[in-house]
Design a binder for this molecule. Structure first.
Ligand code: SF4
Length: 196
């Protein structure tokens, strides 16, 4: 309950100011989510009363959606959108240099997404990305799963997924730790797709 109150109080700080773009993006995502109480026709009586008093709320975490989406440090309990200022996470300037993935920055989830779409079983999955930022150092790369591997040459990273594993590629991350302006930061490239 104290956490919920903090969330509500935190949201007051942006009252009266123009809504930031991330707030609008979050609200759009929550609007169509199955866990938005407004989208649950069979919700419990308690949820119905709560909704009538405070408005639409998230059935996963209990927060009032309008308040929760207003606080930079809040994040969706199932990862649909992330905190705007998570500790140490920031965008690096990265370009796709080679390979057949769709590559881009997901501003809602604060990470790069590399999407193979459909890729053939046992096929070559290599793609190469290049870090363009000049003023960074101490680059250290790790992966969230053994099915992702990489080769690094300076600021060029060749990434591959093990296509001997059939099925959906879910939440496979390549994590880049680095130093910028004497602060330790982190960027994530999430790999998605379907091996068929
Ligand atoms: S916070 Fe996440 S789980 Fe809750 S309603 Fe919004 S998108 Fe859905």
């Amino acid at each position: 309950m104290i956490d919920k109150a903090k969330t509500i109080i935190g949201s007051w700080f942006i009252d009266g100011k123009k809504l930031p773009e991330w707030k609008k993006d979050r609200m759009d995502a929550c609007l169509s989510c199955v866990y938005n109480s407004k989208n649950d026709g069979a919700k419990k009586v308690l949820n119905r009363v709560y909704e009538n008093i405070l408005g639409a709320h998230c059935l996963k975490c209990g927060c009032v959606i309008d308040n929760k989406t207003s606080v930079e440090t809040e994040q969706c309990p199932i990862g649909v959108w992330l905190a705007q200022k998570p500790l140490g996470t920031s965008e690096l300037d990265i370009d796709l240099a080679e390979g057949g993935v769709e590559f881009g920055w997901d501003k809602l989830r604060m990470r790069y997404i590399a999407n193979y779409g459909e890729i053939n079983y046992n096929s070559n999955s290599d793609f190469k990305v290049k870090i363009k930022d000049e003023d960074i150092g101490n680059i250290r790369i790790s992966v969230s799963c053994g099915c992702v591997s990489f080769d690094q040459t300076g600021k060029e990273i060749t990434i591959r997924y093990d296509t001997a594993i059939k099925g959906n590629i879910n939440k496979k991350d390549l994590i880049i730790d680095f130093m910028k302006d004497k602060v330790k930061r982190q960027t994530v490239i999430e790999i998605k797709g379907l091996v068929k």
